[in-house]
Design a protein around this ligand. Structure first.
Ligand code: NAD
Ligand code: MG
Length: 297
C-alpha cells in the first residue's frame, strides 16, 4: 500500500481477502509468503521523531519487527537488527530497502534463546551504532498444538527461552549502556489476555512478558528509562504460516475480529514509534493493544 493519506475506511485497508493455505518450516521467510506481509515498505513516511536515536530491534527481519525497523529508520534512528541466521534473505531485502535512507543499518544474526548471544548482540549494537537508547524486544516463536500430551519439554523450554528469557538477558546486558531518556518496548500478545487452547506455552510466555514489562518499568523509572509493551491481535506474518497457526485456520485468519480482517505489520509501527519517542515521555509500564477490536482488557 502506498502512503496512507486522507479518510480511509479501516475495513477496506490492506489485504481483506481470505488467505491461501500455506506452510513453511520455522522460522518462516516472509519473502515466500502469499501475499507478502505489508511492513510499510512503500507507505511509511518518517517525520524526524527519532532523529539521532540508536535502536536494537530483535526479530527485525520480518513481520512486526521489520515494520518497526522501517519506521525507526525513516524517523531518523540508526538501527541494529537481530534475527536467526536462516532468515538472512529477509534481513538483506530489508537492508537493501533502507540503504537509501542515509542511516546506519547493522545486521546481527544470532539465536536469542542463548544468553551469550543476547550479550553479544547488545554489545555489538552498542559498539556499531555508537550508543543504544531504544530496544524493541520483539523476537518470538509460536507452535500451535492441540493437546498438552504432545508438548515436549524441549518445545516448552525453547519457547520460554526465546520469548521471555531472552528479554531478561538482553535487558540485563543493555541497561549499563542505556542513558536517561531511553525506551524499551516489548512485544506481548492478545494471547496474554485471551489465551487460545492451542497455545498453552506461547500464551504463558506472553503473560510473562507483560508482568516483566511492568515490573521492569517500575525498577528502571528512577534511571529515566521507560518500558512499555505492545499486544498485537492477529497480524499476517511468517510466524503464523510456520506452525503458529494450523494451516486450515489460515484462510479466515483475523476475520472474526470486529474489523473483519487480519492486521498487517505496518499497522503496528506507529505505536512502536510513539513508545520509543519523546512524545510518550509520561508513558511507562503500559500495554497498548493493536487488535482489530478484540481488545486486551
Ligand atoms: P515473524 O516471524 O515475522 O517475526 C518473529 C521473529 O522472531 C522472526 O523474524 C525471528 O527473527 C525472530 N526469532 C524467533 N526465534 C528467534 C530466536 N531464537 N533468536 C532470534 N530471533 C528469533 O512474526 P511476527 O508475528 O512479526 O512476530 C513478532 C512478534 O510479535 C513475536 O514476539 C510474536 O510473538 C508477536 N505477536 C505476533 C502476532 C501475530 O499475529 N503475528 C500476534 C501477537 C504477538
Ligand atoms: Mg523472520
Amino acid at each position: 500500500m502506498k502512503e496512507k493519506k486522507g479518510l480511509i475506511n479501516p475495513l477496506d485497508m490492506y489485504y481483506t481477502g481470505g488467505y491461501e493455505r500455506q506452510t513453511q518450516e520455522a522460522p518462516g521467510i516472509q519473502g515466500r509468503m502469499k501475499p507478502v506481509p505489508d511492513c510499510g515498505e512503500e507507505s511509511y513516511v518518517g517525520h524526524g521523531r527519532l532523529e539521532g536515536r540508536k535502536a536494537l530491534i530483535t526479530g527485525g527481519d520480518s513481520g512486526i519487527g521489520r515494520a518497526v525497523a522501517i519506521a525507526y529508520c525513516r524517523e531518523g534512528a540508526d538501527i541494529a537488527i537481530n534475527y536467526l541466521p536462516e532468515e538472512q534473505s529477509d534481513a538483506e531485502t530489508l537492508a537493501k530497502l533502507l540503504e537509501k535512507e542515509g542511516r546506519k543499518i547493522v545486521l546481527l544474526p544470532g539465536d536469542v534463546s542463548e544468553e551469550q548471544v543476547c550479550n553479544e548482540i547488545v554489545k555489538k549494537a552498542y559498539e556499531e551504532l555508537g550508543g543504544l537508547d531504544i530496544m524493541a524486544l520483539n523476537a518470538g516463536m509460536q507452535i500451535a498444538l492441540k493437546d498438552i500430551a504432545d508438548l515436549t519439554t524441549q518445545q516448552l523450554r525453547k519457547v520460554y527461552e526465546t520469548n521471555i528469557f531472552s528479554m531478561y538477558w538482553t535487558v540485563k546486558a543493555a541497561l549499563p549502556f542505556m542513558p536517561a531518556g531511553s525506551s524499551i518496548v516489548t512485544t506481548s500478545s492478545i494471547q496474554a489476555y485471551q489465551p487460545s487452547k492451542d497455545l498453552l506455552d506461547y500464551a504463558g510466555t506472553k503473560a510473562a512478558v507483560i508482568a516483566f514489562t511492568r515490573a521492569l518499568a517500575k525498577q528502571v523509572a528512577e534511571k529515566g528509562i521507560r518500558v512499555n509493551s505492545v499486544s498485537p491481535g492477529p497480524i499476517w506474518t511468517a510466524l503464523e504460516v510456520s506452525g503458529g497457526q494450523f494451516p486450515d485456520k489460515l484462510p479466515e485468519f483475523g476475520q472474526s475480529t470486529p474489523l473483519k480482517r487480519a492486521g498487517q505489520p505496518a499497522e503496528l509501527a506507529g505505536v512502536y514509534v510513539f513508545l520509543a519517542s519523546n512524545e510518550s515521555s509520561y508513558v511507562t509500564a503500559e500495554v497498548y493493544g493493536v487488535t482489530g477490536g478484540e481488545h486486551t482488557t
